[in-house]
Design a protein around this ligand. Sequence first.
Ligand code: 5AD
Ligand code: SF4
Length: 440
Amino acid sequence: MKGKTFYLLTYGCQMNVYDSRLIAEILSKNGYKEIKDENKADIIIMNTCSVRKHAEQRVVGRTGDLQRLREDNPDLIIGLVGCMAQNLIDTKEKIKGVDFMVGPDNYRELPKIIKGNQTTATAGCHFVPNQKYKTGLELYEGVYANQDNKVSAFVPVMRGCENFCTYCIVPYVRVGLQMRPQKDILKEVEGLLKKGIKEIILLGQSVNEYDNNKVDFPGILKMVSETSVARLGFFTSHPYYTTQKLIDVIAEGENIYKWIHLPLQSGSNQILKKMNRKYTKEKYMELICNTREKIPNISITTDIIVGFPGETDEDFQETIEVMKEIHFDFAYMFKYSDRERTAAYNLKPKIPEPVKTKRLSELIDIQHKIIHIKNEQLIGTTQEVLVQYKGRKNNVWRGKTKQNEIVVVEGKTLPGEIVKVKISSLKGWTPYGVITDKRK
Ligand code: 5AD
Ligand code: SF4
């Protein structure tokens, strides 16, 4: 075992990004060494996503490509972990060229599984049943993710989802809703701050649903904002669980991003109902109005799905109207992807692919124009920017405003610093500015 190296490839959401760092820590503690070159690795682990079919197809393609590495290294182990792995385990399917599969609740088993593979090599997949652990939270006990970013870190506050939006596979592959104890969240946050982390993003599939021992999500957010963290955000929230109390905490927390991600999914009430989203268009608009009233400069971002089964032209027009009325600061827009096991899989009529494509491109066009107009309004303003990465040119950096908006800044600084930036122009639609002052 000594000296065996592993390479991690991550697909999908922020939770997967976090989980990959957790896997890195679990394997490192067991004597494996992480490397950043897949060609030299003894073990390749793909942490996968199953939200859309396309994401799964990419993994299948990549698995095929990786097989060439077996010519030079016949003992190479290739493993699939994460949501797609769990989906395949549950549906008893296998993928050619994969040595083992492990779902999101069983990463503690990885060293044992890999060791088993070293004797059987490519003999076939080792399934790990999801029921192995009573709770996926055991995953976190005594181990904190080995986060490799020097400025920002994710901290999960819960695992799983039980909302069962009818298009979504997540509740089937990240089973149950488990709240992480407050104490544990705080311990991880404090450990990260000691290492110099400046920005923390609290994570959960529907993070504002947190409720544990009489502590709700606004309580958790407030608790973390009272540490020395410079910037604090959370992702992703569900409109149904977004309370006035949460908006008040965002408004009051000096170090909390003036930003909230509120997935709308559709602007049509009949589609929202079929999606099991638990709100109407009117309720959603009311929430946006109240939020903007309390925090006028708040950035509101969203997710939209086009082409959900039964979506008529009129339904789609309603989505467009809501988008034009709200003017989101950013939107992730997707074509509906039919996922077996979900309730929407059985809904009809399905929308033909060309119609979905046309609707998506129409929506993207509208949203791009909105972003352009919004960002033009930033020209001439001064923003407080947390510097995150070095850009390609000298003295050029990427950072984030208090609205969690990415900007490119020029001047003398270092990652982790908060600087004042005067926005002078747009590059594409990305605001570009010059450092005028340093906050610290
Ligand atoms: N098809 C398309 N988009 C989906 N999402 C979730 N499931 C599907 C699906 N089957 C989108 C939703 C969600 C985001 C993370 O992914 O918009 O908010
Ligand atoms: Fe999926 Fe809905 Fe849960 Fe989000 S809240 S993970 S969309 S089921």
